[in-house]
Design a protein around this ligand. Structure first.
Ligand code: ATP
Length: 329
């Protein structure tokens, strides 16, 4: 985003009225230049800025913009030592895309990308992730593992555990994990995770862990999401800070990747169970065009899920199937 627009946004972020004259002074431009920049903010970022004669311009609600100093302040010394680079962007096609284009060359060293807005955010199998400027948290972290790519399957579950634990730490209650990695409140999706792996079959391999958390989804935008969704403004009893959550998430993801490197999924299995929302419940899995009904019996030590069918129990892996609670279709 150009510096003038960035500056204007920072002025408006408090959600209060700012007169055209005051903004023009702060930016060192004319009032008509301010008006043009306001129009660009609306057109490019989808922000609904109200203009009231005699009072000025304001955003519908305050925006807590991402701030790398505030994010870094939440990192432990160990995480700071491990963090190779962190980039905070206003807008990008996809933070996973940025991370994939700049993979770390050494093991045990994280690179992190955050953005206020993604224009081409994606989910598994190319599905679309609906975005809005400043209303979500998008973090992608790249990490190189000295292990074969095939052993990184469980990493989606690790990321899910970390997100669920951080949300609980910050005061959210009643949320659950849906295998392999969605975070739901009730049956509504609050956060999605996308892990993309690349590398040699026998290692090393690099994973990009992408996390999206809904802070606020405007109704009109929610109408574009084709499954039940929620956001923290609706689901959380406390107001959470995006910068604080970003810092804690990065800190815990770094720690989790280190632990996964040496111990694989084992330390995370019990932590997953604490949040597993579907154990013992009727579910349906979709395998291509086929659907199979059964009872969800939790996860295996390698991160697969166990489905109990009339003929017995079978294990399925995240790359091949999607899971739905029976009745959600
Ligand atoms: P799976 O169980 O296979 O992971 P999924 O439908 O949850 O299935 P993902 O690839 O994890 O799929 O996420 C993409 C889906 O998430 C989209 O198809 C859409 O239904 C939903 N979605 C998109 N944007 C949002 C959002 N901002 N909040 C909640 N859900 C969203």
């Amino acid at each position: 985003m150009n510096p003038a627009r960035d500056h204007l946004l920072r002025q408006l972020a408090d959600g209060r009225f700012h007169s055209g004259e005051q903004l023009a002074r702060a930016l060192g431009v004319s009032r008509s230049a301010v008006w043009k920049q306001i129009q660009r903010l609306e057109a490019d970022l989808g922000l609904a800025i109200s203009a009231v004669r005699g009072r000025g311009y304001r955003l519908p609600a305050p925006l807590e913009l991402l701030d790398s100093d505030r994010i870094s302040a939440e990192l432990s010394d160990a995480a700071k030592d491990t963090l190779g680079a962190m980039s905070v962007l206003s807008m990008t096609a996809s933070t996973n895309g940025c991370a994939s284009a700049d993979l770390p060359m050494e093991s045990g060293c994280a690179r992190v990308w955050l953005a206020e807005h993604q224009t081409e955010g994606r989910g598994r199998r190319g599905r679309r992730w609906v975005s809005a400027f400043g209303e979500k948290l998008y973090i992608s972290m790249a990490w190189r593992f000295d292990m074969p790519m095939t052993e990184l399957g469980g990493l989606s579950l690790v990321a899910g555990v970390v997100v669920a634990e951080v949300l609980a730490h910050l005061g959210l209650e009643g949320h659950a994990l849906k295998w392999p990695n969605d975070v739901l409140v009730g049956r509504r999706k609050l956060s999605g995770i996308l892990v993309e792996v690349s590398g040699e079959a026998d290692g090393p391999a690099t994973a990009v862990i992408g996390v999206g958390v809904n802070f606020r989804v405007p109704e009109a935008q929610g109408a574009q999401i084709d499954q039940p969704w929620t956001d923290l403004s609706r689901a959380s009893p406390v107001v959470m800070s995006r910068n604080r959550m970003a810092g804690i998430l990065i800190d815990r993801l770094i720690h989790a990747c280190g632990l996964f490197s040496t111990e694989r999924l084992r330390p995370f299995l019990g932590r997953w169970e604490r949040f597993d929302g579907l154990t013992g419940q009727p579910v349906r899995i979709m395998h291509g065009k086929r659907s199979i009904d059964g009872i969800y019996r939790g996860i295996t030590p390698s991160g697969g899920m166990v489905l109990e069918e009339a003929s017995g129990c079978s294990e399925y892996h995240a790359g091949e199937v999607s899971l739905r609670k029976d009745g959600d279709l």
